[in-house]
Design a protein around this ligand. Structure first.
Ligand SMILES: Cc1cc2nc3c(=O)[nH]c(=O)nc-3n(C[C@H](O)[C@H](O)[C@H](O)COP(=O)(O)OP(=O)(O)OC[C@H]3O[C@@H](n4cnc5c(N)ncnc54)[C@H](O)[C@@H]3O)c2cc1C
Length: 385
């Protein structure tokens, strides 16, 4: 087996790298306000990605998109991972992002929700986490009770990214408490201006993300806004979650690569006690540790994405690249910070921002311990005599 990229994919990667190096990295600090990319920079970068021909990268050709496979998107995420300009949980600069849940809509729902998102007229958020259910989402308590031609939603959600600007939320709620996590959770399209739905708080985080808390008090949602079949909420989200985890791994490749670029420049340029840092074994070994992780992670992520594109079940591989990638990238940026000394702690350099972002990636979309628990089940099963 070889993981050689095709010539087209190599060209895509090289083009995006050039774009990131020449247009984005030189202005990366001023391009964000700590929370999101500033609108004038977003407009400028999006105009450039359109010009390069990388717009609507998520959509299939019949939907007006490029029909790129996951491996191609992995390359885009990897290259974008080399800059702090695009906050990791915000809209990318390659066209509106249409999560796979929105692909499961009826034609009527597509008209009101999917197509406006594709045209950039509406935005959405995904509301699953609750005070008692984040890493263990099967424990959610928000209920959606059928009442005639509607469902009535009651509950409380926390950490919902993008709720303050969203036009509608994709809300996960319990429709059958007896079945619970095993077929009792459903997904709904809920307009943010529906009576009874309130944003109660914007949470402040060390990375600048400002997810929201939402309360639902007798929120009446037409039964026609159920996504897919009742009880299939988790099954619908699974593909999206897998892709999200592979995206963590891809982004991590870019973070490690940038950490090496910065660390090598510092190690060769900075002298202490009469010698460049790069001549000290203690520094060289830090660089090699990051390099080893980079080589291993890239192979794992490309292999997972290529097999996803072949239609294989890569759920467990997605756990691995998410878990390993987030940890490796955090450790690489931490080493880079150490090699920079005091300057690594200042906001003159992007290291501290990468470091804060990367630490947070180790918690969201599945903390390592929970992913390890699932992998343990697989290992116990696969290697049972
Ligand atoms: C910036 C940000 C944005 C977010 N955006 C969204 C969003 O848009 N939509 C949404 O629905 N959610 C969102 N979340 C929620 C996020 O997915 C959860 O925070 C995450 O899944 C962890 O859940 P938790 O915080 O409840 O931690 P918990 O589940 O309470 O876990 C806390 C810690 O306990 C340990 N632990 C937990 N379970 C186990 C176990 N089985 N074995 C061993 N150790 C364990 C782990 O160390 C874990 O880190 C966001 C969170 C943040 C911080």
């Amino acid at each position: 087996m070889t993981l050689e990229l095709s010539d087209d994919l190599k060209m895509l990667k090289a083009q995006i790298r050039r774009f990131v190096d020449t247009e984005i990295i030189p202005v990366e600090r001023e391009a964000t306000d700590g929370f999101d990319m500033k609108p004038e920079y977003r407009a400028r970068f999006e105009a450039m990605t359109k010009e390069l021909g990388y717009w609507f990268v998520e959509l299939s050709e019949d939907q007006g998109g490029l029909g790129l496979g996951l491996i191609a998107r992995v390359l885009l995420w990897e290259e974008m991972g080399r800059t702090i300009a695009c906050p990791p949980r915000k809209q990318s600069i390659f066209g509106p992002e249409v999560s796979p849940i929105l692909f499961n809509l009826t034609p009527e729902q597509q008209k009101d929700y999917l197509f406006p998102v594709m045209r950039g007229e509406k935005t959405t958020c995904f509301a699953l986490s609750e005070p008692d259910a984040g890493g263990d989402p099967g424990n959610i308590r928000t209920t959606a009770i059928r009442d005639g031609d509607a469902y009535v939603i009651n509950g409380y959600k926390i950490f919902i990214t993008g709720a303050q600007t969203a036009d509608f939320a994709q809300v996960m709620a319990v429709t059958d408490p007896v079945k619970g996590r095993k077929g009792g959770i459903s997904s709904f399209l809920v307009d943010m201006d529906t009576p009874g739905l309130k944003i109660t708080r914007e949470q402040q985080t060390m990375m600048g993300d400002r997810p929201c808390e939402l309360s639902f008090e007798n929120v009446r949602v037409p039964a026609a806004n159920l996504i897919g079949q009742e009880g299939r909420g988790f099954a619908l989200a699974q593909d999206w979650i897998n892709q999200g985890r592979i995206r963590h791994g891809a982004r991590a490749i870019g973070v490690i690569e940038r950490s090496l670029e910065m660390a090598v420049a510092q190690a060769t340029g900075r002298k202490t006690f009469g010698k460049p840092l790069s001549e000290r074994q203690a520094v060289q070994w830090k660089l090699v540790d990051s390099y080893l992780d980079l080589k291993a992670l890239r192979l794992m992520v490309y292999d997972t994405a290529m097999r996803y594109d072949l239609g294989e079940d890569v759920r467990h591989d997605a756990y691995i690249v998410k878990m390993q990638g987030d940890r490796m990238a955090f450790e690489a940026m931490d080493r880079c910070m150490q090699i920079h000394g005091g300057s690594g702690l200042t906001i003159d350099l992007p290291i501290e921002k990468f470091w804060r972002d990367q630490r947070s990636m180790m918690i969201t979309e599945g903390p390592e311990e929970i992913l390890r628990g699932s992998l343990a089940q697989k290992v116990l099963q696969d290697y049972a005599q």
